[in-house]
Design a protein around this ligand. Structure first.
Ligand code: NQM
Length: 357
């Protein structure tokens, strides 16, 4: 039996505002190098269009979730997130993904890893990538099966679906990893924050832009991209992430005043393409900086625990509880509502040969 001849079990799902391929860990090679090579060949990388695989030619549609029963008594399943870079032979586990996470609860129930428990089934997920730990997902399971249909509307996807509530626990780690609320990075004032996703926040005004530009417009501005990358590389070192030239973290979020009744307007580089919305944990990190006084994201007016983040395709509400203490601020808990949908379930065939890693 080889994957090239017989295929591999795979479910495609939209998770939040991302889309990816979900696998049971037992269906993939245990060796990470072999696994990553196989995933590149399944997703169609390296190729900007990923024409020969499942990937959609954008980081938001080139994602993989690997799920297994958890050895941790406090979790039902382990979730490993892998970002498959579309145009490079890179698969990275350096970050998690809160959007793909929305599909993990439904997937675990569909694969029989967690039994249905009434109209709503709680799935306790241990996210094993470096940045988050235990997460609770509440999945609608009326009539004994996962229900995807519903009327929860989520910006970043045009169609309503059943809500999935995700609750993230707090962490004793300070939310500001550089020990400062504002750093000077490549001459730009920036707040480096990590409440689940490492993010560098800069003000649109400090980059001489409005902060409301379309993602493709921002992606096409080479001088702006060069400044942003210079800030990001310095931030990587300041945040203890080392040389981040080849890494997908930290992300860069550009903030400006709200335009649509929200708390703040954002545009997020992830880190080279611009997000059509904003990542889940990226949003939690931005919300933590918004709620802490004296960061570059602190609004002029008082903010409550529900932060409404404006992004290119709508708004994203994040409830965040903090122990605010300047640079020593800690996250107590955060929660968001997402949706997910099963798109296909079956076998996928990788292209043959080696992917080049
Ligand atoms: O921040 C994109 C996404 C993400 C990540 C990215 C995410 C998160 O929207 O938790 O969800 O920032 O690369 O899927």
């Amino acid at each position: 039996m080889t994957p090239e001849d017989d295929g591999i079990r795979c479910m495609q799902m939209r998770g939040g505002s991302s889309k990816g391929a979900y696998f049971c860990a037992e269906d993939l090679p245990a060796d990470p190098a072999e696994r990553d090579d196989l995933l590149l060949r399944i997703m169609g990388s390296p190729d900007p269009r990923q024409i020969d695989g499942l990937g959609g030619g954008h980081p938001l549609t080139s994602k993989v979730g690997v799920v297994a029963p958890s050895p941790d008594a406090e979790a039902d399943v382990d979730y490993l997130f892998l970002q498959v870079v579309p145009d490079r032979a890179i698969v990275t586990d350096a970050q998690t993904c809160g959007n793909l996470l929305a599909g993990v609860g439904p997937f675990a129930i569909e694969r029989g890893l967690v039994p249905v428990a009434g109209d709503v089934t709680t799935v306790r997920i241990r996210a094993v990538n470096p940045t988050v730990n235990l997460v609770e997902a509440q999945v609608r399971t009326t009539g004994g099966r996962v229900r995807y249909q519903g009327d929860a509307v989520m910006a970043g996807t045009p169609f309503p679906a059943a809500p999935i509530h995700l609750t993230f626990p707090g962490s004793p780690r300070p939310v500001f990893p550089t020990g400062r609320l504002i750093d000077d990075l490549a001459g730009i004032p920036a707040s480096c924050v990590d409440a689940g996703m490492p993010v560098v926040i800069v003000r649109a005004a400090d980059l001489d832009i409005e902060g409301t530009e379309e993602p493709t417009d921002l992606e096409n501005r080479d001088p702006l991209r060069a400044v942003i990358e210079a800030v990001r590389l310095e931030a990587g070192r300041a945040m203890g992430l080392g040389d981040v030239r080849e890494a997908t973290i930290p992300k860069i979020t550009i903030v400006s005043p709200p335009r649509d009744g929200g708390t703040v307007t954002t545009r997020t580089f992830i880190p080279h393409r611009v997000h059509a919305a904003i990542g889940v944990l990226g949003a939690v990190s931005v919300a933590a900086a918004v709620r802490t006084p004296d960061t570059v994201a602190t609004p002029d007016v008082p903010v409550d625990r529900l932060v409404r983040i404006e992004h290119p395709t709508g708004t994203f509400d994040v409830a965040v509880d903090l122990d605010v203490d300047g640079p020593a601020t800690q996250l107590r808990r955060s929660s968001v509502v997402r949706t997910a949908r099963k798109i296909s379930d079956g076998l996928v065939w990788p292209r043959s040969g080696k992917a080049g890693i």
